[in-house]
Structure formats: C-alpha cells, structure tokens
Design a protein around this ligand. Structure first.
Ligand SMILES: Cc1cc2nc3c(=O)[nH]c(=O)nc-3n(C[C@H](O)[C@H](O)[C@H](O)COP(=O)(O)O)c2cc1C
Ligand SMILES: [Mn+2]
Length: 460
C-alpha cells in the first residue's frame, strides 16, 4: 500500500529525517525557490515553510526531488523500478467515488466572488518569470465526446483574482486535444486544478499513456489501491478527495492571453506565448491546507525527478509492445529526463536496432536523441552507454537523422517545436565477429575495499 495523501507522505519523510522545517519568515518571491534550488542541488530534505511572508498558509516543497526518493515513495527498488512501474501501467485500478463527508479537500468551499487567488502563497521562482506560478498541480479534464478524464501537470500563472494562465509545451498534450474539441464548438472546457498530492498521483500524471486512458487509474495501479475521488462543486468532474486544494473552473474558448516567460526544465527560460486562460469558479480545500511548491529549471529539479521514471516506463511500455527484446530504458538527467533516451535490447535479427530506434523516435515521448545498446550495457550508467557508442557504432551506417521532426517546443535549439532527431545504434554489428570484452577473472570474490580502507586485514 502507498501513501493516503500528501500529509501521510510528509509524516513518513519526517520519520526518516528527510523533512526540514524552516521557522524564519520566508518570501514567496524567489526566496522559497532559492531554498528549493539548494535542496534539489544536494538531494537534500523536503522543506516546510510555516511562515510565508504575507500568508497564513504553510508551503511545502522539494518533496520528490530525486530519483531515489521517487523509487522509495513507490515502495520500489532501483533494480525493479522500471518493471514495477510498467506493472502499474498495465494493471490500472479505476478511482472509487466517496461522499462529501469523506472528502477533506472540500472542508472549505469558496464559490464565485469568494474566490481570491491572491490569498494563496504561490511562489515566484526564477528571475525573469512572468509572475507567481502553480507548478505542482494536476489538471483533470474530460474529453467532450467520450467523457473520459485525463490527468497531467501543467504550469499555471496566477494572473488575478480568479484567472490562471495555462500552458502546454507540445501539440500532443492530451488536454490540448480536449480543449480544441470544446473550443471548435464554441464551448469552454471544464477543468480542475488539484494541489497537494501524494507521490503516486503526481507520478501517474506523468505517464504518456494513450489518449483516452485515465491516469488516475494508473495511480491506483501503482499504489495497488484505487484513488478516492469526490464530485467537484461547480464543474462536472471527479477530483482526488484527499488533495489539499482544488481550483475548479473553465478554460475559456476563443481567447488567448500572454503567459510566461518561465524558467523551464530545459534549464533555460521558455518564452512567453499567447495561451488560454482558466476562469476559476470555485476553490475547495482542507481547513489547514498546505501549498505544495515545486521547482523547475536546470536539472535536477522536482520536475525532472517526477518525469524521469514515468517517461521511461511509458517509452518502455510502447517499445515492449513491439519488441519484447527491449530490456531497459533510461532518460538521463543530461537530457533533462526527456530529450535523450538510452535503450538496451537483446537484438535477434539483422537491423532490428533500426526498427527499435525509429519506433522510439516516433513514440509519444518524441525524444531528440535515442541510443540503443546491447543488453550487456547498463543504460543507467552513462559511461557505459557512451563507451558503447565509442566502440560499437559505425556512424556512417549506425546513425539515423530525421530532419524537421515535430518535437518538444521547449528545446531552445528548436523552432516552434521543429528540430531534427537522431538515433545511434550502438549495438555490436549483427552476427559479425567482434572482440570480446577484456575481463579479469575473480573480481566478484574481492570484498568491498573502500569499506576496508585505512585498516590492515587478512582478506583470505
Ligand atoms: C512539475 C511539472 C510541470 C510540468 N509542466 C508542464 C507544462 O507547463 N506544460 C506541459 O505541456 N507539460 C508540463 N509537464 C509535463 C506533462 O505533465 C506531462 O508531459 C504529461 O505526461 C502530459 O500528459 P498527457 O500525455 O496526458 O497530455 C510538467 C511536468 C511536471 C512534472
Ligand atoms: Mn493522458
């Protein structure tokens, strides 16, 4: 079983000495972000700020700021994380409805004129950001035809009393599909913005599932227990009952407003653009609600920690459908946990590597570079991957370049999301003689010498 809610998870972190409470008054403009930057850079503790300047609501941040913390939060291990996550995707458990009395997220309900976003301690993060941002909320909305919900994380700029700017970073984001359907009929898209969630819900929202798959079901699959949802008050949507805060409202049709800039996961500012606006119709929350902050910027941040494993598992799932020979997928931090994918596979037939690589380039993730290695290479060890590229590939034959591919718009070297993508087949030439790896016999029998350093021992 996983964590009931964010509080349950914070209590766990505290019991493990991984939560730091900072009593001083902290400014939501840049200062919270500075502390988050520091804790992300050092794989440090989650941070609780009970004293935020100008606000009564406490802020918590840096909650899932490393891959190790993600793996631990799910109850997985480094070794089994990819396969366990794949199990969660393959065995979703649909959410179960609960009544209003069982939904802490509706202890307080503010509707219409009672809504005032200035009352929430949304931090301003990087120097040139367009304003305060909601960065760790999951947005739930439904397809206007099928009614199937989708859950994902999108940054939202706080723009006024009841208005939030919305942003999608590429054309294949599912909420963009939903919104365009509604907008083409002149209709608004109902949306719920859910703040303060335990890790499995945040991680499930990052799965690049097929359009029409409800990511809340995947959260149930990951936890081994369904997510409890309650009916929202002013929109026809079901929202996680144990969230801290829910903003309900509508994405307005036929209207765009400037949004951004914002310091992004690529490590650079994403430029401002004309984007849709959400009109907030209600806020519901716990009586003593916490605001969950989260950093984005150069790796590693919470953004990368949250995307890494779910994106890997999504690509692994896509590839495995066609190629059971695929062994592992790693999206390294050097590629911002998105642009670069390292894949390993046991190649069975000539040029199979090219099939795997072109599939990976065309997957929903749309990586910019994919490297394929043999199964004896540990793709989580970047040195081994680059060693395979250096020693097993023949660039004239093993590099595939697709020009003018439609990729991530936030890659600063892309133009409106158009860039070239590249794949490198770093597997040994198929069924051709190839030198054996030079290995020393008996290394496995030598004990951990680092642990013994500084002592004199009889080892045998
Ligand atoms: C902290 C965080 C912030 C994110 N912000 C955005 C965003 O502003 N815009 C966006 O398009 N994707 C953003 N993402 C990535 C999407 O949530 C992710 O690609 C998701 O899988 C998309 O879901 P979908 O396939 O259902 O559209 C963010 C991810 C994280 C972890
Ligand atoms: Mn989706």
């Amino acid at each position: 079983m996983g964590f009931r809610d964010l509080r349950h998870y914070l209590a766990y972190l505290e019991s493990r000495g991984q939560l730091l409470t900072i009593q001083d008054e902290i400014d939501p403009v840049f200062e919270i972000a500075a502390y988050l930057r520091k804790t992300c850079d050092t794989a440090g503790p989650a941070l609780l700020f009970p004293n935020v300047k100008g606000h009564r609501m406490p802020v918590v941040g840096g909650v899932v700021n490393s891959r190790d913390r993600v793996v631990e939060a799910l109850g997985f291990t480094r070794e089994n994380a990819l396969d366990r996550f794949l199990d969660g995707i393959r065995n979703p458990l649909p959410p179960v409805g609960v009544s209003i009395d069982e939904a802490p997220c509706q202890e307080i309900v503010l509707v219409g004129e009672e809504v005032d976003l200035a009352r929430f301690p949304a931090p301003t993060y990087c120097a040139q950001d367009g304003g305060p941002y909601i960065t760790m909320a999951v947005q739930v909305a439904r397809d206007p035809d099928t009614g199937v919900p989708n859950a994902a994380i999108h940054r939202m700029q706080v723009k006024g009393k009841n208005r939030l700017g919305f942003f999608w970073s590429s054309a294949n984001k599912h909420i963009k599909i939903q919104f365009e359907k509604a907008e083409s009929r002149g209709q608004a898209l109902e949306i719920a913005v859910i703040q303060g969630l335990e890790p499995s819900l945040l991680l499930a929202s990052q799965v690049r599932a097929a359009y029409g798959v409800d990511e809340l079901g995947i959260a149930g699959g990951l936890r081994g227990e369904p997510v409890e949802v309650v009916k929202a008050r002013t929109v026809d949507l079901m929202v996680p009952a144990r969230a801290e805060i829910v903003f309900e409202g509508r994405l307005l049709p036929g209207y765009r407003e400037s949004e951004g800039p914002f310091g992004e996961f690529s490590g650079y500012y994403g430029p401002g653009s004309m984007s849709p606006v959400m009109e907030v119709t209600a806020v519901t929350m716990r009586r003593d609600a916490l605001w969950q902050a989260g950093l984005t910027g150069p790796p590693v941040t919470e953004n990368h920690a949250l995307c890494g494993l779910p994106f890997e598992a999504s690509l692994y799932y896509d590839l495995k459908q066609q190629f059971p020979e695929v062994r592992a997928v790693h999206l390294p931090l050097s590629g911002c946990a998105r642009y670069t994918a390292y894949v390993s596979a046991g190649i069975r037939y000539r040029n199979q590597g090219r099939c795997i690589l072109t599939s990976a380039l065309g997957s929903n993730l749309k990586p910019k570079m994919v490297v394929l290695c043999d199964e004896d290479v540990d793709v989580f060890d970047e040195t081994q991957v680059l060693w395979a590229v250096a020693t097993r590939s023949r660039p004239g034959r093993d590099v595939i370049i697709i020009e003018n591919n439609c990729l991530a718009a936030l890659d600063p070297s892309a133009q409106e999301g158009i860039n070239d993508s590249m794949a490198i087949d770093a597997t040994r030439p198929f069924k051709e003689p190839f030198p054996e790896i030079a290995r020393v016999p008996g290394v496995e029998k030598v004990p951990d010498l680092k642990a013994l350093a500084g002592t004199v021992v009889g080892i045998k």
